[in-house]
Ligand binder design. Structure first.
Ligand SMILES: C[S@@+](CC[C@H](N)C(=O)[O-])C[C@H]1O[C@@H](n2cnc3c(N)ncnc32)[C@H](O)[C@@H]1O
Length: 456
């Protein structure tokens, strides 16, 4: 058991994440994992609380900063450890109904003392005093009080994102998106059809007291109702009965529609969320190749394949760069290529709130260049009459529709196909506009898809 409590770990995690320059900031999720392993075993309830506080603070960062600044006498620069402790305390007091105020306050002050290692009793005294005021005035910090704030503060999103969406969608729709991004999404699983079916997985989870319901859009989705604990501790995880995957991401697999006997490439496989789905959809009878450039993700991909029992069904290329893996003596032509491209990730802010703070507007232009390079490089590997399925977890036009329209303009031997026939009936509520596939929060994560066919 760890002698460090969840508040200590939450402050430590957030401090490490906040102190990095945006360009060098690791994903919040990996900082959380690092803290878990560094500070000893936490039970799964405490692990869940660390994750809940850390992601909650990042989700509501600007609003918390604004609220805290109202309680500071000296508005000058405040020590980052103390500021982080205040945000951790204020988040619990204002957002976490299940945590009593006295526990939020006392535990956060104790964690601050431990962090300061007796260096300064003034520091923890200051945290104590500010949090006490927040508890006292909690009733006044109501919706109407903060509703007056500009949306970028009220809903804690960077100004450039709010401006961009406001120009595209208008204020009302922008506010709905900001609100959806700030809501904690459910944990969604994709049943591994090679090991069991959806009903069996739901029964197994319920036998262990975990409420689970079928997803709405993907026939393989299982949604955990109110369970935010550690995934690795779930029954069936080690046995490979499921993969964690949002319903929007699951629908991308259906767009690829791999058939038995086909040769398919997952060009940017990441940890294998989609490669493993392609195995399931072809009932293990397609030949699937996977490339992943980042070494740690490639290692996680192999782990996942092992867990899900698919190690012999996906050929992970030694050369991780999909633009180099099939050159010269190693040429392969594919029936289908999935390009789940590196992108700004603005469609998955609800799951990874750190994304909104790590991005700047110029990233979109840079990523678009990379996406076009990948599309142009991969098109040569597709057989005539074969398909290239382009997907992103962003809905920004430069990375989606405008990019595909540009590609089609310069590549007359390619056409855009209607994705509707590939989408399961249960996903009829998902948007298809001008032959482009969109899944959007709050129904699902924000995913874009385009099915391109090589005509000659
Ligand atoms: C959107 S993520 C893929 C997520 C993955 N498909 C999944 O479902 O888990 C994009 C991935 O592309 C990888 N990547 C970027 N450039 C690449 C390249 N040239 N070749 C192969 N992988 C690349 C990144 O490391 C990243 O893991």
């Amino acid at each position: 058991m760890s002698k460090f409590g969840p508040r200590f770990l939450a402050i430590k995690t957030l401090f490490r994440w906040l102190r990095c320059h945006r360009k060098r900031r690791p994903p919040l999720e990996s900082v959380i994992e690092e803290a878990y392993s560094e500070y000893g075993e936490l039970n799964s309830k405490d692990r869940a609380l660390v994750r809940e506080i850390a992601t909650g603070v990042v989700r509501n960062l600007t609003l918390l900063e604004w609220l805290i600044s109202r309680y500071l006498k000296n508005k000058g620069k405040i020590d980052l450890t103390l500021k982080t402790a205040l945000m951790v305390g204020a988040y619990q007091i204002l957002f976490l109904k299940k945590v009593p105020d006295h526990a939020a306050l006392n535990e956060t002050v104790e964690a601050t003392k431990r962090l300061l290692k007796g260096r300064s009793s003034r520091g923890s005294g200051f945290v104590n005093a500010v949090l006490r005021r927040i508890v006292k005035e909690k009733k006044n910090i109501t919706e109407s009080y903060i509703l007056e704030l500009p949306p970028e503060i009220r809903y804690s999103h960077p100004e450039w994102i709010v401006k961009r969406w406001n120009e595209r969608f208008g204020l009302n729709q922008t506010i709905s998106i900001l609100k959806a991004n700030n809501k904690r999404p459910p944990v969604t699983l994709r049943v591994n059809l090679l090991r069991c079916n959806r009903e069996e997985l739901i029964r197994l989870l319920e036998d262990h007291g975990i409420k689970a319901i079928p997803g709405k859009y993907s026939p393989q989705a299982v949604i955990l109702d109110g369970h935010f604990g550690d995934i690795r501790g779930l029954p069936g995880f080690k046995e490979g009965y499921f993969q964690v995957q949002d319903e929007g991401a699951q629908l991308i697999g259906f767009l690829v529609d791999p058939k038995p006997g086909e040769v398919v490439l997952d060009a940017c496989a990441g940890v294998g969320g989609k490669s493993t789905h392609l195995v399931e959809l072809s009932r293990g009878r397609a030949t699937i190749f996977a490339c992943e450039k980042t070494v740690s993700r490639k290692a996680a991909l192999s782990e996942n394949l092992k867990r899900l029992g698919m190690i012999s069904q996906v050929k992970v290329m030694e050369e991780g760069d999909c633009l180099r893996a099939f050159s010269k003596g190693n040429k392969v032509y594919f029936d289908k290529i999935l390009l789940d491209a590196p992108c700004s990730g603005l469609g998955v802010i609800r799951r990874h709130p750190d994304i909104k703070w790590n991005r700047v507007v110029s990233d979109i232009t840079q990523l678009r260049q990379l996406q076009m390079t990948l599309l142009q490089g991969l098109k040569r590997l597709v057989k005539v009459k074969g398909k290239l399925i382009y997907a992103t977890c962003t809905l920004e036009p430069e990375e989606t529709t405008l990019l595909i329209e540009d590609f089609l303009k310069n590549n007359p031997s390619w056409e855009l196909m209607d994705p509707s026939p590939f989408i399961p009936g249960s996903a009829s509520g998902v948007l298809i506009k001008k032959h482009f596939f969109y899944s959007t929060p709050p129904k699902t994560d924000g995913f874009f898809g385009a099915v391109l066919r090589r005509v000659k």
